[in-house]
Design a protein around this ligand. Structure first.
Ligand code: ADP
Length: 470
């Protein structure tokens, strides 16, 4: 008969070397000098994960991040660099899931957003930053804390990589942690030849389309006048032939810095599909010293070849001052060249010059004569209605809390020009971001906000007020 006794046999499969998809280990924090980006696991465990020494793994706590696997001593636990613990939104003593990363690529490019209030003193090519970053495996949403000698570390949020990794979010809920989009590349490794971009608040535009009229606030009347002067000849040169009037060659915009002079010129070029050339007065004088006239000739020639074109001359007063300073000989030649080029334009309005200056009275009168900059439009510091419009334009991509009151903000900002109001909106978004970082840390013991949620972040009235005080 058959024995009815207890069946003896293995309760676990005998074959120990079948690689596991993933495994869970208890976190031990590495010593402070522990290698950045490194996770240490004992050699047998590495093999069980189907990995080899040096492979990149994904480490998942309440968030997923990447690490390089190296052999360690501790059984059943994983020794993690502190940065990995932070980025996996976990803490020592907790468990993380470890699995081999698929498709790890060298990063062609990586975009970093400094999170510190003052931005960062580090340049993208700073040796300190390069030494810190090279070899590091990263994913979008990681925070990299770069020790900056003599001061607090700069925290950078990885807001983009090429190729792109998924955006791993922090969540206590397993399903919400799954990336919304699989990108085919789980993580990238920063190499010595990776292009590093440090985003500044100025370069971050959530709306990437080119600037147009809809982006200009509080200048309806001015814009209307400029459009009549500039746009008609650019678009319909024949109309001007027919009515026999000369289209303007140059329009002078004057007003304090930051009132939108450059923006208007750029928007006009975009809206009329014209080529856009910028001449910066002081730069032509100083940087191209000795070649200033040649430089001017080249730009005018190119603009004519590529017409319709707009040539924007910023700080026109530097090129054509009333009384040329020091010596004067060179300066007089440059003014002369500019006047000759303007007079020589035979493009029937297909090349339009837009000059900008803060001090129209400092201009050489000759440049304001008929056939030259003979139309003038003042740009004033915006009034309260203008300020409301500009504030709305610059927060239209941000999620505002219901308590944000643009009327009150406009009342609080007399004297602010467009550039100041744009900076205020950016700063308020940064305040909201910083306000959320510590809270998430508290809730999840180590977290971050991926850049995408910056867009969804609620910016409150208080954030604007904090930004105003800073
Ligand atoms: P300017 O050439 O008069 O010194 P800019 O055109 O360079 O000023 O303005 C700098 C920035 O300020 C612009 O890129 C824009 O973000 C913001 N800005 C200035 N004026 C306005 C405005 N009227 N409406 C919206 N944004 C403005």
């Amino acid at each position: 008969g058959n024995a009815k006794g207890p069946v003896k046999g293995p309760t676990r499969p005998l074959i120990e070397d079948t690689p596991a998809e993933e495994a869970r280990y208890t976190i031990v924090a590495g010593p402070p000098q522990h290698e950045r980006g490194v996770a240490r696991l004992d050699a047998a465990a590495i093999t069980r994960l189907g990995c080899q020494i040096g492979d990149i793994v994904l480490i998942t706590g309440k968030r997923t991040t990447a690490a390089r696997l190296l052999p360690g001593q501790q059984r059943d636990s994983i020794v993690l660099h502190r940065g990995i613990i932070l980025n996996s939104a976990s803490k020592p003593g907790e468990q993380v899931t470890v699995r081999k990363a698929n498709n790890v690529a060298d990063a062609d490019e990586i975009s970093l957003l400094p999170l510190n209030a003052q931005g960062t003193p580090l340049k993208p090519d700073s040796p300190l930053l390069l030494r810190f970053l090279t070899g590091l495996p990263v994913t979008i949403g990681d925070v990299l804390s770069v020790p900056f000698s003599g001061s607090t570390p700069t925290d950078f949020l990885v807001i983009g990589t090429t190729p792109s990794t998924p955006i791993y979010k922090v969540s206590a809920n397993e399903s919400e942690r799954q990336p919304e989009q699989e990108t085919g590349t789980d993580a990238v490794i920063i190499q010595a030849n990776t292009a590093i971009r440090i985003q500044t608040r100025d370069t971050i535009t959530l709306d990437t389309t080119a600037v147009g009229y809809k982006d200009i606030g509080g200048l309806d009347k001015e814009l209307q006048r400029i459009r009549e002067m500039v746009e008609l000849p650019l678009k319909f040169p024949a109309v001007f032939d027919r009515v026999g009037i000369e289209p303007p060659k140059g329009v002078l915009l004057y007003g304090p810095p930051g009132t939108g002079k450059t923006m208007i010129a750029r928007a006009m070029a975009n809206e009329t599909n014209s080529a856009f050339y910028v001449i910066n007065g002081p730069e032509v004088i100083n940087k191209f010293y000795g070649e200033s006239e040649q430089k001017l000739r080249n730009i005018f020639q190119e603009a004519q070849q590529n017409a319709p074109s707009i040539i924007f001359i910023d700080e026109l007063d530097a090129l054509a001052p009333k009384r040329p300073e020091t010596g004067g000989e060179v300066e007089r030649r440059i003014v002369g060249q500019l006047l000759a080029l303007m007079d020589g334009l035979t493009s029937r309005g297909q090349v339009v010059l837009i000059g900008a200056t803060n001090q129209p009275n400092a201009l050489d009168p000759a440049i304001r004569r008929p056939g030259r900059f003979d139309r003038e439009i003042p740009l004033r510091v915006p009034d309260i209605r203008g300020r409301i419009e500009v504030l709305k334009i610059h927060s239209r991509n941000a999620a505002l809390a219901p308590d944000v009151d643009f009327n009150r903000l406009a009342q609080m900002t007399p004297g602010f020009v467009g550039a100041d109001l744009a900076a205020l909106c950016r700063e308020a978004a940064m305040v909201a971001l910083r306000r959320n970082l510590p809270r998430i840390n508290e809730l999840l013991q180590g977290g971050f906000i991926p850049y995408e949620t910056l867009v969804n972040l609620q910016i409150t009235m208080n954030d604007f007020q904090t930004a105003l005080r800073e």
